[in-house]
Design a binder for this molecule. Structure first.
Ligand code: ASP
Ligand code: MG
Length: 412
């Protein structure tokens, strides 16, 4: 029997009507002969409400009770979905994480999946059950407590089930109809991609395209799970959505697949630090300990034994970074003349696996920005990505210009 995993996000199960609509999709797949594992999120807005209640009682709450409360939204939608399917005369039942059991470690509110034994659900399929509706986002710790996988974690539940059951595909139903070449709200000519490679999706996900939890893409890549992102509001079709898949499964693609951006970047410059062995470690060690996610780094040429060091981090971590650095200075670990935070910057990135085999992408990117009169403040590259920091007021312009320059409105 072939197993298909279908995951429905919060907007797709936001009320009974929508649960019925999602169940119809499940029915279509059952009719094709699949045994289906449905992973559900909580109704849209529910998890935020639960988190709010917990924080209202205590910001320093017991993480185990946080998980007990916050995981409950998914229990409701799992039961409701099973009921709707039963009304449609499809043999279905719900499973909470502990019943499967989906085993995790003990890292409450950010637990990692350790194992999903398949025997319980497989036995039910053998008895004639056609749909297992599983509450996403939750699992069971070795101590026997309920855990959650971090916000957006039901994507990861879905991919983990697809891997464990060797599913033919993992369909992620959401409120957008796929992955786009860039944000359509910024570039009206943004185009939906038919396929995108795991690695590109990872870059785009961490760059702010919020369609999939990053960990779910990592997991899909590791286990080669074919992952499809599609809208539950569009008519069903085999071509719908975007397939996130291995590079080998993509015949033709543009050199650049997408332009990502992030508004919430800050550029921090340490002015005149001593240029000596160990200085980078002395700066970035304390930042790491303070939980600052440093992204780009540049060290300038030294003059008379002193240099400037610039790095970028999320805007909401600027205060933390400033404190970590001034503490390190007070402790005598580093010394610098000044620390300048520029919070009016944005990061724009071009992403594409084609960059590995084609040169000139960076040059084209810089030329495009220069033609628009946009100054580049920091540059960082990886094998499949080029990122620049620019003034935030030019962000939209940069995204549009790069989208045009790399011809992303047309398929390869
Ligand atoms: N309901 C959880 C959240 O909002 C998990 C999920 O929907 O993926 O984060
Ligand atoms: Mg989500």
């Amino acid at each position: 029997m072939s197993v298909l995993v279908m995951k429905f996000g919060g907007t797709s199960v936001a009320n009974i009507d929508r649960i019925r609509r999602a169940a119809k999709r499940v029915g279509l797949e059952v009719a094709k002969g699949h045994d289906v594992i449905v992973i559900v999120s909580a109704m849209a807005g529910k998890t935020n409400e639960l988190v709010g209640w917990v924080n209202e009682i205590s910001p320093l709450h017991d993480a185990r009770e946080y998980d007990a409360v916050v995981s409950s939204g998914e229990n409701v939608t799992a039961g409701l979905m099973a009921l709707v399917l039963q009304e449609m005369e499809i043999p279905a039942r719900s499973w909470q994480g502990w019943q499967v059991p989906l085993l995790t470690n003990s890292a409450h509110s950010a637990a990692r999946i350790e194992e999903i034994p398949t025997d319980n659900i497989t036995a039910k399929f053998a008895e004639g059950m056609r749909v297992a509706v599983v509450a996403g986002f939750q699992g069971l710790s070795p101590e026997g407590r309920i855990t959650t996988l971090g916000r957006g974690g039901s994507d990861t539940t879905a991919v983990a089930f697809a891997a464990a059951f060797d599913a033919v595909r993992c369909d992620i139903y959401t409120d957008v109809d796929g992955v786009y070449t860039t944000d359509p709200r910024i570039a009206s000519r943004a185009r939906k991609l038919d396929r995108i490679a795991f690695e590109e999706m990872l870059e785009l996900a961490s760059l702010g395209a919020k369609v999939l939890q990053t960990r779910s893409v990592e997991l899909a890549m590791r286990y080669n799970v074919r992952l499809r992102v599609l809208s539950s509001f569009e008519e069903p079709s085999d071509e719908a959505g975007t397939l996130v898949c291995a590079e080998e499964d993509i015949m033709e693609s543009n050199v650049v697949s997408g332009i990502a951006y992030s508004r919430d970047e800050a550029k921090m410059t340490l002015v005149s630090v001593a240029d000596r062995p160990g200085i980078a470690a002395a700066i970035f060690g304390p930042l790491a300990e303070a939980g600052v996610n440093v992204d780009m780094i540049i060290q300038n040429i030294a003059e008379e034994g002193r240099t400037d060091m610039t790095f970028s981090c999320p805007t909401d971590q600027v205060k933390r970074a400033e404190k970590a650095l001034s503490d390190a200075r007070a402790a005598g670990a580093i010394n610098y003349h000044d620390l300048i935070a520029d919070t009016d910057v944005a990061k724009v990135s071009a992403v594409g696996i084609g960059m590995r085999s084609q040169s000139g992408v960076a040059a084209k990117m810089f030329k495009t920005l220069s033609d628009e009169g946009i100054n580049i403040k920091v540059i960082a590259t990886s094998e499949i990505k080029i990122s620049v920091l620019i003034d935030r007021k030019y962000m939209e312009l940069a995204v549009q210009a790069l989208h045009d320059a790399f011809g992303l409105d047309k398929a390869a």
